[in-house]
Design a protein around this ligand. Structure first.
Ligand code: DX5
Ligand code: ZN
Length: 219
C-alpha cells in the first residue's frame, strides 16, 4: 500500500564542513529520513563518506538514517554501518555477489533492508527477493553524483514495482532517488513512490529555505 510520501534529504548536497548542523537543520525543517550516500570510487566513480561519519552524525537527530551503499564488495561493510547507526541499509544487486544473502545479512543485523535498481536494471531483478525486503530504491539518475537530471523513463519502472507490491499485499517502501525537484515530484508520487530522496532540491537556498523546499517536495 502506498503510504503518505516521506522526504529523505541526501546529505551529499549539504555543507560537508558543517554536517552535524545541516542534519539538525533538515530534521527541524521536516525531513522524514536522512539519506546518506556512500560511494567507494569503484562501484561508482565518486568517493564520499564511511561509517565513521554516520556514527558522528548519529547524535544529531532521532530521524531514521536511510543509508544507500554504492560500494562493492558490500557484505564486509554491513556490520560497520549497522553499528554506526544506520536504520535502513540499501544495496545494489550488481554489488554482488549474492543479493539474497546480503539482504539476509542486513536483517540479521536488525536493520531494514533495501534494494536499489540502477536506471538500466529491470524491475525483474527484484524477483525472489521482493518479499524479503523493506524498501526498494529506484534510481532516477545513474549513481555517483548529486545534481544530475531526472531520467523520466524510470517512472514506468516505479509504476510496475508499485503494482507488484500492491498485488502481493506487501508493505515495502518504494523510494526514488536522483534529480527529484519541486517540478517533477508530483509525477514520481503519482507513479507510486512513497519516499523521495532529494539532495539539490532540499539544500538549495541554505538553511532558511529548507522547510519550504521540503514542503514543496510533498507534491
Ligand atoms: C546519486 C545519489 C543520490 C543523489 C541525489 O548517486 O544516490 O542520492 O545524491 O541528489 P540529487 O537530488 O541532487 O539528484
Ligand atoms: Zn542515494
Amino acid at each position: 500500500m502506498q503510504q503518505p510520501v516521506r522526504i529523505a534529504p541526501s546529505i551529499l548536497s549539504a555543507d560537508f564542513a558543517r554536517l552535524g548542523e545541516e542534519v539538525r537543520a533538515v530534521d527541524e525543517a521536516g525531513a522524514d529520513w536522512i539519506h546518506v550516500d556512500v560511494m567507494d570510487g569503484h562501484f561508482v566513480p565518486n568517493l564520499t563518506i564511511g561509517p565513521a561519519v554516520v556514527k558522528a552524525l548519529r547524535p544529531h537527530t532521532k530521524k531514521p538514517f536511510d543509508v544507500h551503499l554504492m560500494i562493492s564488495p558490500v557484505d564486509p561493510f554491513l556490520a560497520a554501518f549497522a553499528e554506526a547507526g544506520a536504520d535502513t541499509i540499501t544495496v545494489h544487486p550488481e554489488a554482488g555477489p549474492h543479493l539474497h544473502r546480503t539482504v539476509q545479512a542486513i536483517k540479521a543485523l536488525g536493520k531494514r533492508a533495501g534494494v536499489s535498481l540502477n536506471p538500466s536494471t529491470p524491475a525483474k531483478a527484484l524477483d525472489y527477493v521482493l518479499e524479503e525486503v523493506d524498501l526498494v530504491l529506484v534510481m532516477s539518475v545513474n549513481p555517483g553524483f548529486g545534481g544530475q537530471s531526472f531520467i523520466a523513463s524510470q517512472l514506468k519502472k516505479v509504476e510496475a514495482i508499485r503494482k507488484k507490491i500492491d498485488a502481493l499485499g506487501l508493505s515495502v517502501d518504494l523510494e526514488v532517488d536522483g534529480g527529484i525537484d519541486q517540478s517533477n515530484c508530483r509525477r514520481v508520487i503519482d507513479a507510486g513512490a512513497d519516499a523521495l530522496v532529494a539532495g539539490t532540491a532540499t539544500f538549495r537556498g541554505g538553511p532558511s529555505a529548507y522547510a519550504d523546499n521540503i514542503r514543496a517536495l510533498r507534491g
